[in-house]
Design a protein around this ligand. Structure first.
Ligand code: ST9
Ligand code: ZN
Length: 337
């Protein structure tokens, strides 16, 4: 395991110097696991979050019913589009562009992605990316905010209901976030985060259906805002839970992330998680599943329009070599969709 990970780290340093901060250092992982045993840690539930998420799920259940039985067809389509485009704000924006620097985007594109990101309300991009960089660099240790060794529910959403492990804060503070802190688009989002997300996630999704096609405010609020927000959260969280538990490991046997087609569909193209943890610098985040990788389609269309450039990919020979040394050709074939 240790050998596999250091090989990957070296490859990342060679292929993509900008992604160096994600290079996994096996000695450090071992040290963290040892140190963590010595840190006294008592889980502390944050009851405010428990209450807010309980209320959100109650509202989402109402919205789910309305989505199927009461909403106008325009509201149904609008809700779906908000989920997909809010999802792009996470996948193409917070994840592939900002956390991983797997491609570059012009200022208009970054503004567009930041506006989409607000629809998904998942913390500002700088905070999201810091947690995500912790997750890649120290996967499945206590410095990983959604450490899967603490169980499926913790990895899925439990981590947002308790105080973070001290190792997350200690290690995360060592990450270089200056690339994102110096982006004026992200500084703007951070400065105005609260009004931006209230407007984008709740107010506009309620007002637009009422104003343009005469939907009731009650139905618009519970379907396009509440249910859609909750559904997008679960689609995202499934990458941290289901995509670490159920699926194939074609690229690296030694890590917990897997290839999971269900999450690829639900998370607009992000379920190739074994590939992604093996090659985090690749903007496609998966080798196959192009027909479900809508995020890749968005990035490619933006590139055709000149809004995106420098898309990084890993060469096919490198992928094949990796599979023959540390993965499985059989699992690769099972993962092709
Ligand atoms: C949400 C995020 O849902 C979901 C992210 C999922 C990621 C998935 C990735 C998978 C791949 C991509 C696939 C995308 C697919 C999308 C599909 C879409 C269709 N390093 O936070 P505090 C510091 S958000 C360094 O209060 P507590 C921090 O700076 C949902 N430092 O910690 C602060 O310092 P200071 C909505 C760190 O008290 C101090 O610690 N949002 C780090 O333990 C305290 O920070 C929510 O629900 C770090 N990593 O509380 C909000 N982290 O004091 C939930 C923290 O100096 N969050 N620090 O400023 C909270 O309420 C709290 O954070 C808490 C922990 C209760 C969870
Ligand atoms: Zn990632």
């Amino acid at each position: 395991t240790v050998k596999t990970r250091s090989t990957i780290a070296k490859k990342i340093e060679k292929d993509a110097p900008e992604a160096q901060y994600l290079a996994v250092n096996p000695d450090e992982i071992t040290r963290l696991q040892e140190e963590s045993k010595k840190i006294p840690y008592k889980m502390e539930i944050v009851w405010r979050n428990v209450a807010l998420f309980a209320a959100l799920h109650f509202g989402a259940a109402i919205g789910l019913y309305q989505f199927f039985f009461e909403a106008k067809w325009q509201t149904v389509i609008f809700t779906f589009l908000l989920y997909v485009f809010g999802g792009f704000g996470i996948t193409a924006g917070a994840h592939r562009l900002w956390s991983h620097k797997s491609y570059k985007a012009t200022t208009p594109m970054r503004i567009f992605l930041m506006l989409l990101n607000n629809i998904a309300l998942q913390n500002d991009v700088i905070e999201w990316a810091r947690d995500h960089r912790c997750h890649h660099k120290w996967t499945d240790t206590d410095a990983d905010p959604h450490n899967t060794t603490r169980g499926f529910f913790f990895a899925h959403m439990g981590w947002l209901l308790v105080r973070k492990h001290p190792q997350v804060k200690e290690q995360g503070a060592k990450l270089d976030m200056s690339d994102l802190e110096s982006d004026p688009v992200l500084a703007f989002q951070r400065r105005h985060y609260f009004p931006l997300v209230i407007l984008s996630c709740f107010v506009l999704p309620t007002i637009i259906p009422v104003y343009f096609w005469g939907e009731t405010a009650f139905i618009a609020f519970y379907t396009a805002a509440t249910f859609r927000y909750c559904f997008t959260l679960h689609a995202t969280w499934c990458i941290n839970s289901a995509a670490h538990y159920f699926g194939w490991k074609p690229y690296d046997h030694s890590v917990s992330p897997v290839e999971n087609v269900f999450t690829t569909i639900a998370a607009v193209g992000e379920g190739g998680h074994n590939f992604h943890h093996t090659f985090p610098q690749d903007y496609r985040t998966s080798e196959y599943s192009l027909k479900y990788n809508w995020t890749r389609v968005l990035i490619d269309v933006a590139a055709t329009l000149g809004l995106v450039y420098d898309r990084k990919t890993v060469a096919d020979e490198v992928i094949s070599r990796q599979i023959s040394k540390h993965g499985s050709e059989e699992h690769r074939e099972k993962s092709i969709m």
